[in-house]
Design a protein around this ligand. Sequence first.
Ligand SMILES: [Zn+2]
Length: 302
Amino acid sequence: MSSKIKPLALNLAIIIAALSVFAGLTVMTDPFNVFRYIGKSNPSAPLDEDGVRIPILMYHHFADDDSPGTIISAANFEKQLKILSDEGYTAISFQELCNFVYDGAGLPERPFIITIDDGYLSVYETAFPLLRKYDMKATVFIIGVSHGKHLYKDTQYPIIPRFGDAEALEMTRSGLISIQSHSYDMHQHEPYETGPYRKGVLQRDGESDDEYIEAFKTDFGLAAAQIEAMTGARPFVYSYPYGFRNDKTDALLRDMGVKVTLTIAAGFNAVSAGWPESLLRMNRFNVPGDMTPEELLWMISG
Ligand SMILES: [Zn+2]
């Protein structure tokens, strides 16, 4: 045996021992292996006495399906709402969060936020009755061009059907649902696009800054007008399609009255009274269809 082998074997033994300790710690701190859902966590800033830590949950479609990434069954969604309700969590609106940040208004115990992207009809048919049953608020982000449609931008391509004006109005009038913006037409699906494709809200190659800014402002203007005409309230929360954003978009949205922007990065949010910046680029926890109620509770109790 050469003299080089022994140190190598010793080093390997040390590495294996260290990995075992780490694995043990991971099991201890993450009994449900929830980190498999979260991926790279984005830790919150430290909280001062004026701050709260807000978890924001992200859902999409409600249906029975074997591919659980962004689709959840009614049965599991109900169990999740029930456990959170039983444990004293209160689903608040972004308006309540803004009132806290801008005016120092109080928040309930254990506040959290439910967000639902893309405006599927299943929100109205499946999620809304359950949200009503458990008295939970939620914010729904619609894509302007898809609103009320079952075809992609009136092409021949079928999409999961979206709710329309009547459903939006009924949900809004319940006081539980807020309709907000997921862009008008900046949530494009490349294979279905006939014109020039844009990746989320990002600037196209060869597009000048002026052209891009104009396109972005026009898009949000259309989205805002549509939502205001439908619900009577201008949107003030923006969910970035696919989570993409750049160094211009937050400022442009704020100039147009948006107070809250959301990404899809996993993590809690440190939100402070008197600190409007803490409402920008907020993190969200995706809730996949196979996440058990116990796993969800453990995740948001952090
Ligand atoms: Zn989306």
